[in-house]
Design a protein around this ligand. Sequence first.
Ligand SMILES: Nc1nc2c(ncn2[C@@H]2O[C@H](COP(=O)(O)OP(=O)(O)OP(=O)(O)O)[C@@H](O)[C@H]2O)c(=O)[nH]1
Length: 303
Amino acid sequence: MSSPATEFRAGFACFVGRPNVGKSTLMNALVGAKVAITSSKPQTTRRAIRGVVHRPGAQLVVVDTPGLHRPRTLLGERLDSLVLSTLTEVDVIGFCVPADEAIGRGDRFIADKLAAVKKTPVVAVVTKCDLADREAVARQLLAVSELADFAEIIPVSAETGERLDVLADQLVARLPLSPPLYPDGELTDEPEQLLVAELIREAALEGVRDELPHSIAVVVEEMGPRPGREDLLDVYAHMFVERPSQKAIVIGPKGARLKDVGTRARQQIEALLGTRVYLDLRIKVAKDWQRDPKQLRRLGFYD
Ligand SMILES: Nc1nc2c(ncn2[C@@H]2O[C@H](COP(=O)(O)OP(=O)(O)OP(=O)(O)O)[C@@H](O)[C@H]2O)c(=O)[nH]1
């Protein structure tokens, strides 16, 4: 008989799917803390963020990936290569399809890519089941089963928490036997500075339209406790947009919009880090940064 210690499972999972299918929300619901930002705008996620799901006898490290889509800009291409390299490095893949939308070309495109990653088992996840009735969910399960030969197909709702435990069990069952990879209770290894930048970007995305969401990038230049004031954290951040006209929109009349974004971001950062925060947020124009390799590197998107 093997001892309990040797039966511990630990490893990596990632969720893939079209933009906006609920991958980040699902990861947050599984991890139980807000580590990846979500928004109703597609392509919100730009980095592989890890959350750690602690279960009795197992540790599941979830890598969040950007939505897989056909590349349009240089940023898009880089996102796709990031997703594909992630797929070969994990132990199990969760392929997300929303319950409330018909399967389309985008889903088939991804299913085909996944079929090429032969070594990694793929669990299909039908997300947002709270938005569809039972028959619609049943029809979607059938449609998904016709897309490819998945290890399992699991309907869930990150909103209500329905069957998230079943999903976690199924993902864990496909992890290798391994000692824990992270200390007990640790939820993410994403550097705090990146999380803070993402929270600021999330606050800035609220209420902006058209191409502007994709033009916003945030970099935390400096962050640390104020000398002599251990209860106060100073955060200096730059928000980049691509054109001066966008800068005007982000700042708003008499700076009202920027002030509002700063206040909301500060509250989120304070909630995340459990400390008071002073946020210094400056807007900068980085012309067409999405298409400029040098700017992309500066903003943290590497080849
Ligand atoms: N009702 C409902 N809405 C959900 C659920 N999961 C996600 N959503 C919503 O769907 C939208 C997109 O969710 P995200 O988690 O940002 O989607 P994503 O797939 O990570 O998106 P990208 O980062 O663009 O790839 C958000 O408005 C979520 O609130 C769910 O289970 N039920």
